[in-house]
Design a binder for this molecule. Structure first.
Ligand SMILES: C[S@@+](CC[C@H](N)C(=O)[O-])C[C@H]1O[C@@H](n2cnc3c(N)ncnc32)[C@H](O)[C@@H]1O
Length: 234
């Protein structure tokens, strides 16, 4: 896997992985997250709070977060992803008139400056090649006073929980995920690897600050296994 990663470049590796995984992504991911992912997404969607006039869901995948954003009362939601197979599933799931989808790279968003009142990215900052560029793009397309919300896995601060979590993440999760996924089961071997190299809570907050965001709040969920960062564009 490491070899494939280096040979094909991260973006190509990730796109191929999600293309293969697209059919089983929803149920396999919910199972390996022990059904906590729904709550984590709901919490992230609730943070749109007052900035939901027009929301961009970056790397929307199969539209799991997109549907919750609509439920939270977002006026208009645009979901983008660079994997066609994932987007096709999102389009089947979210058929409201106020939602649309586009094939696009998070690092080169095809929108004018200040087109949205809020931009959200769920479980995907870990997967992009350049996190800072992705955040810069999200900041660029959001209006002043708008919000940027980042939902991703975190690293628990409590030692015992961290140990238990890492045992699960490195030894059990890949095997369960690979069993449940029809294709692309190696995604669940990649997942712990992606978290090892992810700066998580403090690192993401610093990156958001560097991208010019202010009033950044970090919400640790389930003991820090997941985290939601909310920043304001000034
Ligand atoms: C783990 S899924 C998360 C999907 C969704 N946000 C959710 O909450 O279920 C990660 C998604 O990020 C997308 N992705 C990764 N890198 C991307 C990039 N540079 N541009 C657009 N999409 C990207 C993948 O195609 C995949 O659909």
């Amino acid at each position: 896997m490491q070899e494939a990663f280096q040979r094909s470049g991260k973006a190509r590796f990730i796109r191929r992985m999600f293309t293969e995984l697209s059919e089983s992504y929803d149920h396999a991911s919910t199972a390996v997250a022990l059904k906590k992912d729904g709550f984590w997404r709901e919490f992230a969607a609730s943070q749109v709070n007052g900035s939901g006039e027009s929301v961009l869901d970056v790397a929307c995948g199969t539209g799991e977060l997109t549907s919750l954003l609509l439920r939270e009362g977002a006026g208009r939601v645009v979901g983008v992803d660079f994997c066609e197979a994932m987007l096709r599933r999102a389009a089947l799931k979210c058929r409201a008139n106020s939602v649309s989808f586009a094939l696009a790279d998070a690092e080169h968003l095809p929108f004018r400056d200040e087109s949205f009142t809020c931009a959200v990215i769920g479980f995907a900052l870990r997967n992009v090649t350049d996190m800072r560029r992705t955040l810069d793009e999200m900041v660029r397309v959001v209006r002043r006073g708008g919000r940027i919300i980042v939902l991703d896995l975190g690293k628990p601060r409590l030692r015992l929980l961290r140990k238990l979590y890492y045992c699960y993440l490195y030894y059990l999760l890949p095997r369960i995920g690979a069993l449940l996924a029809r294709e692309g089961g190696y995604a669940y071997y990649y997942l712990p690897h992606s978290l090892t190299h992810f700066p998580a809570q403090d690192g993401v907050r610093d990156l958001m600050r560097e991208a010019g965001l202010r009033n950044i709040t970090v919400h640790e969920l389930t003991g820090g296994i997941a985290a939601v960062h909310v920043g304001e564009r000034i």
